[in-house]
Design a protein around this ligand. Structure first.
Ligand code: NAD
Ligand code: WQD
Length: 338
């Protein structure tokens, strides 16, 4: 069964590509490599021992979507393609509204035109802002977005929900990821941001590898036990398996819904640094810095809905294991860069 994965060369999309093939689906990637490297494609072929079905193109281009929907008989779409840097979205909001919202509208139109009725959407814990109670359930209020990026996720969720409600055929789920980190156990794919990483764990592993300077800890005066902010880190392969389960759920007639994806355990920035130091055996240079604007103090998921309705069971819930996989990947990519 053919499944379109937009943004399939990216961090979460590439791991989901591998998981889909392992479960008997045929994933077809559309990616414009605006935030990924062509080398991911040969790595995917190497992990799966199969040639990769890919259309190199922009999903804002109607002809690209027409091509994929005409060339392949597509049963479902997993929509990862988006720009995702919170800071950049503040500086260049139109890029984010065009690429995230505009492309999602076009995708929905093309799905309708070509009779494709199942959609899994990449949403984010960012839709919750700083929630008043933790852990966050799917019924927690969606608060005013703190960045244009966050707003694009809220708007897309609404567009998808309203389109689903208006349609007899379309069914969709939005998956709200908490903090995805880690890498495939083969260390052939992982997080490979273009330029300096904006996220904590890739910055730390690149810093240990000598590619970056000291880590700035953004905020040491939060109302948390050690003063640094708390997040719920989730292994990218566990996210990938949730997408396969989400797709099966839709194909088996499941109702449109939203699902949190996190482990339900909060770790502070300091605890993550300690874990990376243990995994790598090296000390990490840090500098205390002011809080980053818009950062919540704590964000932890209640993901029971995904467990009960999708049958999702994270395979790597231990932060130490997730960080080890991230480090293993960093060492491989670092060696390849030399
Ligand atoms: P990523 O940047 O690694 O992957 C996105 C992929 O989409 C890249 O390969 C990029 O080249 C491609 N792409 C972007 N715009 C495109 C376009 N117009 N046409 C074709 N391809 C395009 O990001 P990721 O971390 O894998 O995130 C995937 C999705 O999950 C995104 O929608 C992101 O907003 C969402 N998300 C990510 C996180 C996170 O922390 N990584 C958390 C929550 C939600
Ligand atoms: C984790 C913690 C930082 C880097 C982001 C997006 C969110 C979602 C997931 C897409 C925070 C601190 C980080 C650094 C630091 N993505 N930090 N120094 O901000 O929780 O979530 O990714 O939807 O929308 O905002 O993740 O990895 O950037 O930060 O102190 O150099 O590490 O302040 O407390 P975040 P992160």
């Amino acid at each position: 069964m053919n499944i379109l994965i937009t943004g399939g060369a990216g961090f979460i999309g590439s791991h989901t590509y591998v998981a889909l093939l392992a479960h008997g689906y045929t994933p077809i990637i559309v990616d414009n490599f605006s935030n990924s490297n062509e080398s991911v494609i040969s790595q995917l072929a190497s992990i799966t021992n199969l040639p990769v079905e890919i259309i190199r193109g922009d999903i804002n281009n109607p002809a690209v979507l027409d091509q994929v929907f005409s060339q392949y008989s597509i049963e479902g779409v997993i929509h990862f393609a988006a720009a995702k840097a919170v800071g950049e979205s503040v500086e260049n909001p139109l890029k984010y509204y065009r690429n995230n919202v505009g492309a999602t509208i076009l995708l929905l139109e093309k799905m309708q035109e070509h009779g494709v009725n199942n959609l899994v959407f990449s949403s984010s814990c960012t839709v919750y802002g700083q929630p008043e109670t933790l852990p966050v359930t799917e019924n927690s209020p969606v608060l005013k977005a703190l960045s244009p990026y966050g707003n694009t996720k809220q708007i897309c969720e609404e567009i998808i929900e309203e389109s689903t409600r208006a349609s007899q055929q379309l069914k969709s789920i939005s998956l709200r990821y908490f903090n995805p980190i880690g890498a495939h156990k083969s260390a052939k794919i992982g997080e490979l941001p273009l330029g300096p990483p904006a996220n904590l764990v890739p910055f730390l592993t690149q810093s240990v590898a000598g590619l970056r300077g000291p880590l700035q800890i953004w905020g040491t005066d939060y109302p948390t036990p050690d003063g640094t902010a708390i997040r719920d880190y989730i292994h990218v392969c566990d996210l990938a398996s949730a997408h396969v389960l989400g797709l099966k759920y839709l194909l088996n007639g499941g109702e449109s819904d939203v699902f949190n994806l996190g482990n339900g355990n909060g770790f502070s920035v300091q605890e993550v640094i300690d874990t990376v130091e243990r995994a790598t055996g090296r000390a990490i240079a840090v500098v205390n810095a002011p809080r980053r604007m818009g950062d919540p103090a704590r964000l932890v998921a209640d993901a029971r809905r995904a467990r009960t309705q999708l049958g999702w069971q994270p395979r790597y819930p231990e932060l130490a294991t997730i960080v080890e996989h991230a480090w293993h990947w960093e060492q491989q990519t670092c060696a390849a860069r030399r």
